[in-house]
Design a protein around this ligand. Structure first.
Ligand SMILES: [Zn+2]
Length: 90
């Protein structure tokens, strides 16, 4: 096993941080990777938390899907790695 295989969590680990911003459960949402077109639930993303926030990467191609950074009382959210995020309102 190399050191790159176990340094991430699944997207469910982002639930707490994302619930500060969204009222809906984003980890259950289905997202489309802007790089490779893979469509998966956000919970299946590879989550890297070795920063003041986290980076979520596509489980298929490792493209950055979403970045969240906490800076004092502000949160920066970068979602340009997702073509879309489909949230279920039911
Ligand atoms: Zn991808």
């Amino acid at each position: 096993m190399n050191s790159d295989t176990c340094n991430y969590l699944d997207g469910n680990a982002a639930a707490g941080e994302l619930s500060r911003i969204f009222t809906m459960d984003v980890t259950a949402a289905e997202g489309c990777c802007a790089q490779c077109g893979t469509i998966k639930r956000f919970a299946e993303a590879h989550l890297y938390m070795q920063c003041p926030g986290f980076v979520a990467r596509c489980p298929a191609c490792q493209h950055v899907l979403l970045r969240l950074v906490n800076v004092g009382q502000q949160v920066f959210l970068d979602v340009r790695g997702l073509t879309y995020l489909r949230l279920n309102t039911a």
